[in-house]
Design a binder for this molecule. Sequence first.
Ligand code: ZN
Length: 246
Amino acid sequence: MFSNKNDKMRSINEKDIIKASKPKSSTIQVSYGKAKKKIKVTRYAAGPISTPYGKFMLCEFRLNDRWKDYEVLVAAKGFDNNLMPVFENGKTVYLKTDSGCRSGEIYLDNTCTCRQQLLESMKIIGKHGSGLLITIPNQEGRGHGFARKYATLGLQEYFGYDTYEAAKAVNKKIDIRDYYGVAALLKFFGLESGSITVVANNLSKLKELKENGYDPKLKPLEIKADRHTTKHLKAKKEHLGEIVKI
Ligand SMILES: [Zn+2]
C-alpha cells in the first residue's frame, strides 16, 4: 500500500476503502470565458483495477453541468487514504478525454477509431504513470447523443457518407461538446497550471482548459489507419483539423 514520506499520510486500510463508497463533494468555481460558474463535483465510487496497461484507480463522478456523468481512470504515484491520487511533483499529468463511444469501444464497430484511441491512451498513461482518462458518456456523437449518432452510422453504412458528411447531414453544428466539467475535475484533483499534457489528435479541448488557467502541452495520439478506418481518418483530418497519419 502507498505510504508517503509525509507523516500525515498513512497507508490505505480496509475502512478507507469502504469509506470511499460514500460520496465526496466539492463545489468548484469554473471560468466560462469571462463568466464564472460553480460546478458541484461529486465522486461517488472509487476502486483499483489492474489492466494489461497497468494499474489504475477507477472513479465515478457526477457533476451538475450539462454532461452529468464522468468516469475517470487515474494513474498516479500513489493514493491517499481517501483514495485521492498523489501525483509526482514536477511530473506532467497526461489527460485524455473520451466521449464514451459504445458502438466502437464496446461493440467494435469498424467505422470509428474510438476503441483504438481508448486502448492507446490507456497504454500511454499507464506507461507514464501519471494521468487521467476522463470518459463523458453523454458526449456520445460529439455531444448530440445516441439518436443522432446512430443516424450518422446509417448514412455511412448504407449511403457511403464519410463521418464528416454524415454529421453535417444530421446536425446543424458538428460538435457541441465542451470541457468545462473536465476543468472542474482537474481542480477537484488539485492540479495546477502547467501540470497538464493533453493526449489528443484534436486541439479543441485546450480552449476550456486555457480559460481556467491551464496551459496544456499536447501529446499527439496517432492511430494507424486500416482498410476500415482510412476513410474516417481522412475525413477527420480534412474537415476537423485532427492530427492524423494516413
Ligand atoms: Zn467512435
